[in-house]
Design a protein around this ligand. Structure first.
Ligand SMILES: [Zn+2]
Length: 359
């Protein structure tokens, strides 16, 4: 047991090392100022001896903020901009956003991962940490020891945006404050072809852009995808949601091909059979699915505009072939006349959807 009370603060508080995660900061602190005991460092910083088991974000961030005298940010900023949780929160529906806001104000014991539904998805590996060997070399030169960069820990981020290489994984079930290995770990993944590199770069960039953004308008994103699928000829007006067509289309994409060749819990998405359910469901789903769908469908659009449209639909109109700016793509003039009639004559949108077989 160490002699530290809840209100104790540190004599010296190292600053963040650029875009490192909270876990990285603690691992660096532990290596430099800790006394070697994983649990003592956890107790000191988070008031809980097993805090290192919560690699994404330890439960008692309030304790951490008090111990660091707020010099590294408040609970909200640490959670949303220093942990992978910051990618999940924009996808939470309104009621969960409220639960999150309440949880940030006071610790009721709920884990952050649970609050965001992360364990239920089975699409993340809680034992995995990701790093780039080229970054490690630079970090050792700059700071003397490596760090875990936030952009590398995000779901859907499989490459380093600075070096273009596929990220390495340290998978450890030992609950310790790990730092990335300094020694090179042998040959990496086979080189990417251009389409795969483009797809993975768009995914990693989108993941990074989503950190700490306002809640997303999933309904508008879904609508944009439905129109985009039609514009690209993946689906048709008469069969807007054909499950096997959607699955085949996604399974043939460069990102799916790369996912098949890699190893990780995301591999089960490569068949594309989830696309149909994602578009039909009225409730949200895992961020990775929306990001994959968007990055695949709009792979040939300007990347900045495409990501802006995902995050803030009203801010970036889509320009169609005739130069007409519309928010979601094809203007109504291109709707076949018989379908236009169904839409205009239907009493409600629900009726129109039913007539069109979209229910
Ligand atoms: Zn790198």
């Amino acid at each position: 047991m160490i002699g530290v009370s809840v209100s104790a603060s540190l004599a010296y508080i190292p600053d963040w090392r650029a875009d490192e995660t909270l876990y990285s900061w603690v691992a660096g602190f532990h290596a430099t100022y800790g006394n070697g005991s994983t649990t003592d460092t956890a107790q000191l910083l988070f008031g809980a001896r097993h805090a290192c088991k919560e690699r994404d974000a330890p439960n008692d961030l309030d304790h951490f903020v008090k111990t660091t005298r707020g010099e590294l940010g408040d609970v909200r900023s640490v959670l949303l901009t220093r942990t992978p949780i910051g990618l999940f929160t924009p996808f939470l529906p309104a009621p969960r956003q409220q639960v999150l806001a309440d949880r940030i104000r006071g610790n009721d014991g709920t884990g952050w991962r649970l609050l965001c539904g992360m364990p239920a998805s089975c699409l993340g590996d809680p034992f995995a940490l990701h790093y780039c060997e080229a970054c490690v070399v630079e970090d050792v030169n700059t700071w003397g020891w490596p760090r875990w960069r936030l952009p590398h820990q995000l779901v859907g981020a499989w490459i380093c945006l600075d070096h273009g290489c596929v990220l390495r994984t340290l998978r450890s079930t030992a609950w310790q404050w790990h730092l990335p290995p300094i020694e090179p770990s042998g040959p990496g993944a086979p080189p990417l072809d251009q389409a795969q590199a483009n797809g993975l770069r768009r995914m990693a960039t989108l993941a990074l852009n989503l950190i700490g953004t306002e809640p997303l308008d999933i309904g508008s994103i879904r609508q944009a995808v439905l129109v985009g699928l039609r514009d690209h000829g993946v689906t048709s007006w008469t069969h807007p949601l054909d499950a096997s067509q959607l699955a085949t289309w996604f399974a043939q994409s460069p990102i799916a091909a790369w996912m098949r060749s890699s190893s990780g819990p995301w591999q089960r998405l490569t068949t594309g059979t989830w696309v149909h359910d994602l578009l039909r469901n009225r409730v949200g789903d895992h961020p990775l699915k929306w990001m994959l769908l968007w990055s695949t469908l709009f792979a040939h659009e300007d990347e900045v505009a495409s990501h802006r449209r995902f995050i803030n639909p009203g801010s970036a109109p889509h320009w169609d072939a005739s130069g007409q700016g519309t928010i979601w793509g094809t203007s109504s003039a291109s709707v076949p006349p018989d379908i236009q009639r169904v839409i205009t004559e239907a009493v409600t949108l629900k009726d129109a959807a039913k007539s069109l077989g979209m229910h």
